[in-house]
Ligand binder design. Structure first.
Ligand code: ADP
Ligand code: ZN
Ligand code: ZN
Length: 726
């Protein structure tokens, strides 16, 4: 008698036991395979986690599974184990964690096999039967005919912008689908373009990594523009020569066609990418190619950490400090941290690269867990920019820009270079207020103000997404004098266009880039090299290489200086350093101007005088003194309910059951934004110097919370190693 212990997508942190169906034997089952099981009156895709001889479930309650989906588990054993480990570490329900490690097609129970890829072939001499009036069909037909060895539907779409006529042409018998011939990659000559000659620091880094066999974690701390990517490329070259594969993770908005093309330009091998802008089918196919060893380089965002590789060779995390590696809701894993676990298990090197490494990674260097590699010079002839603080106390500002900065912008433009203006606030203005009574347009669902947008005109909550039309009159005093307060990117764009009518202004923020390919189109315009102004939010700060930017202006550094979050300083320092790093990346010498009301602030002083590394060492000392990560380990329990006070009561009751040495708690206290999207939120912070103790405690605590009398009246979640405290 055997019982099947399976994980199913349920919020409960446990496994469920089932019986095999009639005539099924133990040998029909493999751990990690998908099954279909009955659950309530639904049919769910489940994953087999264990086969056991005993169960505590009474016999009359046991149900049989419906069927076996996979003869062989879709993932290699190691990735399955990694997903199990992560579920445990992040205290996430196991079924959800296991399923999230799989492509969406597989979560839905579709067969795990490669869709036969087809190429379209035009059949000879049948074009006479097409009327000259069927212009679209004719164009499609002729395009396909030009490709004698056939063309895929995706490639056709890319060339023609549509594939609308294909169906009709197939029906008319003018086209034929034939399976794509399976080409094996030839990796004997992986280089397409020659590698760059490394400077001494790059060389030291490449050698240190390449001489290493097996697991080792490296922190590559290279200033902006120092050529970290070249280091990655040369490490990957060696990996490819050994017949292995590379997995490269980049921040969410860093996966631009530019990034991908650098890898494709260098190597003769198959490069696939995995990110959220692709269709589920495309992602699934890329996943399969990685798993089967047909793609040698896999570039992806956070979730790609679970992409299996047939021959793992190296994992690279670019911009390792970036917050997008940590999932901020639901299953709150950190892909960067899992990369270390994965590399250890697969016995490969892992490289974390950044110009502004996280304090966690620097701490891991200090305790000798990671090997530290630095690049202190910019690659090629470029030199680091000159950084200046500009005191704007009492200055007149136009759209946030002071007089001296305007003069500076003019000078740079007249020298035919580009200027980058950083303003981390999208929309027209951060608020709308009444001049007569001081009323400020609030979000009804959040403790927040509504942002005014002009294109199209509306009020928008950046926290919950609710939108409203702009009132004509103040709802409090009926005055019609409603004013936009402060400056967002839309307003700055408008003012800059008036001030610099002869120059283009390229605005980059979430709104201006929401259309597909919009970002790419703007970047192409910028890289054409004409003088002009780049204006944008943090989307501009990350990883871009703009050759012509000579001046970077940070309009407002102050909001980051007084954050209540313990990581506020670290984030601000990273952002300022990354933005500043966009200046002077090639032959032009760069300048950075930071406008502030607090030029004496120690963070700004230390960044300007000594740079990020010095700041980071000081900040680490402060973290040690204040018993904060990375010296202590924390987890936040977040609870929310529609009823004010209920979330807090839930956490208070939970806290009373808490008594354990070496784990301390603070709270519950209202979240920094207590009301958000119509619910009231409360936090409880748990902390320990000893990670295993915290882990052990959390796993017990989660079960208690599941059985808490208020558990079905509040929504709660647990965040291990939280990135932010909101
Ligand atoms: P990072 O990722 O460290 O910010 P990049 O890898 O984007 O820097 O490199 C910045 C620029 O320097 C790129 O244009 C790159 O092609 C160039 N570069 C990198 N290494 C070298 C080298 N050894 N010699 C010449 N140019 C280099
Ligand atoms: Zn009013
Ligand atoms: Zn809101």
């Amino acid at each position: 008698m055997i019982f099947l212990r399976v994980a199913i997508p349920s919020p409960l942190r446990r496994l469920f036991d089932y019986l095999p169906a009639a005539n099924q034997q133990e040998s029909d089952f493999t751990i990690g395979a998908r099954l279909t099981v009955p659950f309530g009156n639904r049919k769910l895709v489940a994953i087999l986690v264990d086969i056991v001889q005993h169960t505590d479930i009474p016999a009359h309650k046991l149900k049989a599974i419906i069927n076996i989906i996979d003869q062989h588990p879709p993932q290699p054993k190691f990735i399955f184990d990694l997903a199990l480990w992560a579920a445990q570490y992040y205290q996430h329900p196991i079924g959800d964690a296991l399923l999230q490690s799989l492509p969406i097609h597989l979560r839905k129970g579709e067969p795990c096999e490669r869709v036969h890829e087809y190429l379209l072939h035009a059949l000879k001499d049948t074009d006479q039967s097409l009327s000259t009036r069927a212009k679209k069909q004719l164009a499609t037909y002729n395009m396909i005919k030009q490709h004698q060895s056939g063309i895929s539907i995706d490639a056709l779409k890319a060339e023609l912008g549509s594939s609308a006529s294909v169906k009709i042409l197939l029906e008319k018998g003018l086209l034929e689908k034939r399976p794509r011939p399976h080409l094996k990659n030839d990796t004997s000559e992986p280089l397409r373009e020659p590698a760059k000659t490394l400077n001494p620091e790059q060389k030291t880094a490449v050698q240190a990594i390449n001489q290493h066999q097996g697991f080792k974690a490296f922190l590559l701390d290279g200033i902006t523009g120092s050529g970290k990517t070249e280091v990655y490329l040369q490490v990957i070259a060696k990996v490819l020569q050994a017949g292995k594969q590379a997995l490269v993770l980049v921040p969410e908005i860093g996966l631009t066609p530019q990034t991908v093309s650098r890898f494709k330009a260098r190597f003769n091998v198959k490069v696939v990418y995995i990110h959220s802008n692709m269709s589920d089918r495309q992602r699934f196919q890329a996943w399969l190619q990685a798993r089967d060893g047909d793609a040698q380089i896999v570039i992806g965002t956070r979730s790609a950490i679970f992409t299996p590789l047939a021959h793992p060779g190296v994992i690279i995390i670019d911009e390792e400090h970036d917050q997008s590696f940590k999932q901020q809701e639901g299953y709150r894993y950190s892909a960067r941290d899992l990369a270390i676990v994965r590399a250890h298990g697969e016995n490969t090197p892992v490289i974390l690269g950044s110009a502004t490494p996280s304090l966690e990674s620097l701490h891991n260097v200090a305790i000798k867990r990671y090997q530290y590699l630095t690049i202190n010079r910019r690659a090629g002839d470029a030199v680091p920019p000159v950084v200046e603080l500009l005191d704007i106390k009492g200055c007149d500002l136009q759209a946030g820009i002071s007089e001296p900065l305007l003069t500076e912008i003019e000078q740079h433009l007249s020298r035919k270079t580009q200027v980058l203006i950083f303003l981390n606030r999208r929309g027209f203005a951060p608020s709308l207020s009444c001049h007569n009574c001081g009323w400020i347009a609030p979000c009804r669902r959040c403790d927040a103000r509504l942002t005014l947008h002009q294109k199209p005109p509306h009020l928008h909550c950046h926290h919950c997404g609710s939108q409203k039309s702009i009132p004509r009159q103040c709802p409090e005093c009926s005055s019609s004098e409603l004013n936009a307060q402060g400056t967002g990117t839309e307003r700055a764009e408008q003012t800059l266009a008036q001030l610099f009518p002869d120059y283009p202004i390229w605005r980059i923020d979430r709104d201006s880039t929401s259309r597909k390919n919009a970002m790419q189109e703007i970047i192409e315009k910028i890289n054409a090299g004409q003088p002009g102004i780049l204006l944008g939010t943090q989307m501009l700060a990350k990883g871009h290489h703009f050759a012509k930017v000579s001046l970077v202006a940070i309009l407002e550094a102050d909001s980051g200086l007084f954050s209540t979050d313990f990581r506020g300083m670290e984030r601000t320092a990273q952002l300022i350093t990354q933005v500043a790093g966009r200046a002077g990346r090639e032959k032009i010498i760069g300048k950075v101007i930071i406008q502030t009301h607090h030029p004496e602030h120690p963070l700004l002083q230390s960044l300007v005088d000594k740079g990020y590394r010095d700041f980071a060492q000081n900040e680490l000392k402060i973290r040690a003194l204040s018993a904060l990560p990375p010296y202590q380990h924390i987890a936040i329990i977040r609870a929310e309910a529609g009823n004010p006070g209920r979330a807090e009561t839930f956490l208070q009751l939970a806290q009373q059951t808490l008594n354990i040495d070496h784990v301390s708690s603070s709270g519950p206290y209202p979240a920094p934004m207590e009301k958000k999207a119509g619910v009231f939120r409360s936090h409880l912070v748990l902390q320990s110097a000893k990670r295993p103790l915290l882990q052990h405690f959390l796993s017990q605590f989660c079960l208690q919370l599941e059985h808490h009398p208020l558990a079905n009246k509040v929504r709660w979640s647990i965040d291990v190693d939280p990135y932010d405290m909101f």
